[in-house]
Design a binder for this molecule. Structure first.
Ligand code: ADP
Ligand code: MG
Length: 238
């Protein structure tokens, strides 16, 4: 535990919460500690990712331990992989069991980018990874729609819930990415609550990622998570 504290200090990782799992020293620990499958390690190597970034070092083991995570680290610090990697590991393999994971991104561009990243990282596995497009919202049988990972803006998913009764009751992982932009791009906060409510699985693991920590992000985190491990990389008050 003392070793963990020294290690965190070295990488400027600040944590709070009970029983925070040890940070990741190397990507190889994904397999030695958490039984990561070879396809994922292969894809990480193919990307040229040699070692985890500070936010990845701490957020990945938190999420792999089924803990809620409130993570803040600067833009460009690798937050996408910090939630995609544990999500793919937890889902293990493709299944037709409804919608299993949801990632909310504030803009369509970010959602598209995250979808691309997710597909690259999942290469060699048979996961169904879907971007919530207009056509999909309009499709007639949305109530029977199923995929492993669904990526959407809050607005589009909210429309799907409202109009077509998309079934989110089996979602096991919900990620709110770039939470500090939810306000900037128009008030998207009002669309978050209906989505969080629709994801009604009692054992859902929620997480929130942000580059900065304005008050509304703190409030949002408090309102959707209850026992989250807080991981902050960089200066404590930014
Ligand atoms: P953020 O969401 O924190 O702004 P991104 O997840 O978009 O950052 O990542 C920024 C860049 O860093 C991307 O080009 C990504 O491919 C790269 N990256 C992510 N993780 C690593 C890593 N462990 N090693 C090297 N590059 C990485
Ligand atoms: Mg990001």
């Amino acid at each position: 535990i003392e070793r963990d504290a020294v290690f965190r200090k070295k990488y400027n990782i600040h944590v709070s919460g009970a029983n925070v799992p040890s940070p990741l020293r190397t990507f190889a620990e994904l397999s030695s500690r958490f039984g990561c499958e070879s396809y994922l390690l292969r894809n990480l190597a193919e990307h040229g990712y040699k070692e985890p970034t500070p936010i990845q070092r701490q957020a990945i083991p938190v999420l792999l331990s089924d803990r809620e995570c409130f993570a803040c680290a600067p833009t460009g610090s690798g937050k996408t992989l910090a939630f995609l990697c544990p999500m793919l590991m937890k889902l293990r393999c493709a299944s037709k069991d409804g919608i299993r994971a949801v990632i909310l991104c504030p803009t369509r561009e970010l959602a598209t980018q995250t979808t691309r990243e997710c597909k690259k990282l999942a290469k060699g596995n048979k996961f169904q990874i879907k971007l919530m497009k207009k056509e999909l919202v309009r499709s007639t049988d949305l109530s029977k729609f199923s995929c492993d990972i669904l990526i959407s803006t809050p607005l589009r998913l909210r429309l799907a819930i409202r109009r077509k009764k998309i079934d989110l009751s089996r979602v096991e992982y919900l990620v709110l990415d770039e939470a500090d932009k939810l306000f900037e791009v128009g008030n998207l906060l009002k669309h978050i609550d209906p989505v969080v409510k629709a994801c009604s699985n009692p054992s859902i693991v929620r997480s929130l990622f942000s580059a900065t920590l304005p008050d509304f992000v703190e409030e949002l985190a408090r309102s959707i998570m209850h026992d989250a491990v807080r991981v902050i990389v960089g200066r404590k008050n930014t």
